[in-house]
Structures are given as structure tokens and as C-alpha cells.
Write a protein that binds this ligand. Structure first.
Ligand code: FEO
Length: 164
């Protein structure tokens, strides 16, 4: 079983992942009501993924003989202002999660808890992908803002031609 300090931060991460799931659900609903079907589907899926992350932490704590707890994360739910803002909120959130995962990893390393380190490796990789995903979408939005949607579509066509 993980030592108390590590167990405490693992349990706090359960709350953070659960909060992330609800935050993405709020963003999905905003997008859905605004008529952005694609963004809504994207955030509904993100919301489900965050619940899966929460369950991964719960399972790990149980499997290593600890007691998972459910608590409130001390943060308010997001309020999106625009399509672009949905993804700015997402990126900010993922950066906070990355920081939190790295902190837990440092503690696991200090306590020589190899099982926890091994478990956390998946999340370290996942956070690289999550941040990259939001950065990529925001990069595309910036391209459209700077060059217009038609140039963006043309560039996509060129990429598809090159891939043939
Ligand atoms: Fe579970 Fe997107 O971090």
C-alpha cells in the first residue's frame, strides 16, 4: 500500500479527474447549445475519458490495498465565452493536470514506490498527448484567424493530396 502522503495525493487526483469530467461536460453543453456539433462531441468524449482516468486511480488504490475516497475538487466549473475559449480552457486545465501528475510522480519517486511510478507513467504519456491535442486545435484556430477558412481548407487539401 502507498504511504499516507502518497495515498492522499492519489485520492486528490480522483477529485481532480472527476472535476475535469464535469468541466468538460459543461463545455460540451455550451458547444451543443451554441450549435457546434463537432466541438460538443469532442468535449462529451473528453468528459468520458476523464471519468475513465478517475476510475484508473480508484482501481490502482484498491489493488494496492488502499482506500479510495471521493471528495470535491476546490475549483469552480468553467464558463466558455467562445468557440476558441473552449479549447483555451481545455489547454489550461490539461496543464494543471500535468503539473499535478508530475508532483505525484516526484513523491512516488521519493518514496521508492515503484508500483505507483509504473502506474503513473501512463498518465505522464497521456498528458503529453492531451496538451498536444489542445495546442494543435488552438494552432488551427489561429491559422483560420490569420489566413481565413478558405486558405485553411486549401492547405488541408494539399496535405491530403500529398498523402495519396
Ligand atoms: Fe485526466 Fe485530461 O487529464
Amino acid at each position: 500500500m502507498a504511504k499516507k502522503e502518497l495515498l492522499d495525493v492519489l485520492n486528490k487526483q480522483i477529485a481532480m479527474e472527476e472535476h475535469a469530467s464535469r468541466s468538460y461536460l459543461v463545455l460540451a453543453l455550451w458547444a451543443d447549445e451554441a450549435g457546434f456539433e463537432g466541438a460538443a462531441s469532442f468535449f462529451y468524449k473528453q468528459s468520458e475519458e476523464e471519468r475513465e482516468h478517475m476510475h484508473k486511480f480508484i482501481r490502482f488504490i484498491l489493488e494496492t490495498g488502499g482506500s479510495p475516497t471521493v471528495s470535491n475538487f476546490p475549483d469552480t466549473l468553467p464558463k466558455a465565452k467562445s468557440f476558441k475559449n473552449l479549447f483555451e480552457i481545455g489547454l489550461k486545465h490539461e496543464k494543471a493536470v500535468t503539473k499535478s501528475i508530475h508532483k505525484i510522480y516526484e513523491l512516488a519517486l521519493k518514496e521508492k514506490d515503484y508500483a505507483a511510478m509504473n502506474f503513473l507513467n501512463w498518465f505522464v504519456d497521456e498528458q503529453v498527448e492531451e496538451e498536444d491535442q489542445f495546442n494543435t486545435i488552438l494552432g488551427k484556430i489561429k491559422l483560420i484567424e490569420e489566413h481565413g477558412g478558405s486558405i485553411y481548407m486549401l492547405d488541408r487539401e494539399l496535405a491530403m493530396r500529398a498523402a495519396k
